[in-house]
Design a protein around this ligand. Structure first.
Ligand code: NAD
Length: 497
């Protein structure tokens, strides 16, 4: 069986434990990933400590050159990275390219690090007094990432953390670990010193070791909410800086004046793309008024029935399998729960089987109507190709649903009415808002982060917030008195030469 190892310069001991890596399209185990422990982390930290000071002392232009070269190498390797990603995750190859590309945009931002790190200066803050602020690296940062964006989310984190002068230890999801390792290889090929970016695999054992390690200053986590909350609490208890992004249940509000054909088209991609395994997917649609709901439902049914499910390297597939057999079972169980709760299963994706790939982890597209806010299937994240419809009476009703939901990652409103859109964007209690944009992931020079149980900690990912997270700010107040009097301590203007 192929073994996926840690990526670190020191030799890792024979693994005591491993974890299966599936090919979700065929249902076969294609590799096993080794799982590390606290002793392995100690070795990685020692390496990181040995290389970080020199990296921090490297001028920012030179650090940026590594970022530029890395970006070029990732672009050159795009096809093979996307195929590798797709084969472990199950998303289509095109979708996998998007995963890599969105991460690269943060690397592009990090290429501008000399400009971003310039700092602030006030001359004459008092008599003869100047004040300046600089941002210094923290030392060693760590990232713990989910299975659903194995390229983008690691790049969100290490792109910023390393560009500002930190060493970085990445613990990717054990379900699709190959792409993070490949990215780290390319990073070293781009000219980064060995040991600056290390990838160590593991599960809760390794996560706890990271959260408890005294030499790791900051931890960025992305994953499900209960674990995000745990990471936030345990890391903060140990005095670390923590950002922990959690789960989501994003709503798409459809006003009566919306262009319904456009909405249906957007929903087909946003609810079912990547088999719904996106934290910015739109799994809940909220039509405003019965008339809007009925018209939308009529248009959605044929569009959903026309979706093509295929193996992840089928170029015509709209989406592929879900990540593991356990996740498939969990999604199907949520559909059953919705049915038991009294919702109407309009299109049922349970028991879907793809001809020729009967062992793959496929779930058919599912549409559920007559969902109400008290149902558990509405309150919890399903994370599959399942679209739930909650009918709202009016605008205020629609605004309340995402605002009162436990998650607050993203939300979208579809309307032609600027006033309604503006009012919605200003009042909704959710972190990222789309106006006629179904998946409003902010570009790299803005920052990404949800509210409520979608994000623990107060600093977002990437952009200026990423800069703030991965650096500490030093404030210097200086005064250089004239020596005066007898001239013994007089100020001497240095001469060149
Ligand atoms: P997950 O919470 O199962 O795993 C995330 C990470 O935590 C992995 O590295 C995993 O190894 C580790 N982990 C697993 N169990 C653990 C435990 N008991 N203790 C400590 N660490 C543990 O998440 P996932 O299934 O890989 O990813 C999907 C989830 O991530 C969804 O809830 C999705 O909404 C969320 N997500 C959120 C965002 C965001 O930005 N808000 C982005 C992507 C994904």
């Amino acid at each position: 069986m192929r073994q996926i190892d840690h990526f670190m310069p020191t030799a890792s001991p024979a693994p005591a434990r491993t974890h299966k890596v599936w090919n979700p399209s065929t249902g076969e185990v294609q590799a096993e990933v080794v799982l590390g422990d606290a002793a392995l982390l100690d070795a990685a930290v020692a390496t990181a400590q040995s290389v970080q000071p020199a990296w921090a002392a490297t001028n920012p232009q030179k650090r940026a050159r590594v970022m530029f070269k890395f970006k070029e190498l990732v672009e050159t390797n795009m096809q093979s990275l996307a195929e590798m990603l797709s084969s472990e995750h199950g998303k289509t190859v095109d979708d996998a390219k998007g995963d890599v590309q969105r991460g690269l945009e943060v690397i592009e931002y990090a290429c501008g690090i000399p400009q971003v790190l310039k700092g602030e200066y006030t001359q004459g803050a008092g008599p003869g007094i100047d004040v300046y602020s600089v941002r210094q690296p923290l030392g060693i940062g760590a990232g713990i990432t989910p299975f659903n964006f194995p390229a983008m989310i690691p790049m969100w984190m290490f792109g910023m953390a390393i560009a500002v002068g930190n060493a970085f230890i990445l613990k990717p999801s054990e379900r699709d670990p190959s792409v993070p390792v490949r990215l780290a290889e390319l990073f070293i090929e781009a000219g980064a010193p060995e040991g600056l970016l290390q990838v160590i695999h593991g599960d809760k054992v390794m996560v706890d070791a990271i959260l408890d390690h005294p030499a790791i200053s900051a931890v960025s986590f992305v994953g499900s909410s209960d674990i995000a909350h745990y990471v936030y609490r345990r890391g903060a208890e140990n005095g670390k800086r923590i950002q922990a992004m959690g789960g989501a249940k994003n709503h798409g509000i459809v006003m009566p004046d919306a262009d319904l054909d456009q909405v249906v088209n957007d929903l087909a991609g946003a609810a079912f793309g990547s088999a719904g395994e996106r934290c910015m997917a739109l799994p809940v649609v909220v039509p405003v008024g019965e008339d809007t709901a009925n018209k939308l439902r009529e248009k959605l049914i044929p569009a959903i029935n026309a979706l093509r499910i295929g193996v992840s390297n089928d170029p015509d597939a709209h989406y592929g399998p879900v990540v593991t057999p356990e996740h498939k079972a969990r999604i199907e169980q949520w559909i059953t729960t919705a049915e038991e709760e009294g919702a109407e299963i309009v299109i049922d994706g349970r028991g879907f089987s793809l001809q020729g790939h009967e062992d793959g982890f496929f779930v058919g597209p599912t549409l559920i109507d007559q969902v109400t806010p008290t149902m558990a299937s509405y309150q919890e994240e399903i994370f599959g190709p399942v679209l739930q419809m909650v009918r709202a009476n009016d605008f205020e009703d629609a605004l309340r649903l995402p605002s009162e939901h436990q998650y607050g990652n993203g939300v979208a409103i579809f309307t032609r009415n600027g006033h309604a859109a503006r009012e919605f964007a200003s009042r909704v209690n959710v972190g990222m808002v789309g106006i006629n944009v179904p998946i409003p992931v902010p570009v790299a020079y803005h920052s990404f982060g949800g509210w409520k149980r979608s994000g623990f900690g107060d600093i977002d990912q990437y952009g200026t917030e990423g800069l703030a997270f991965w650096t500490k700010r030093k404030k210097v107040t200086q005064r250089w008195p004239d020596g005066g009097g007898d001239g013994s301590n007089a100020f001497v203007i240095p001469t060149m030469g």
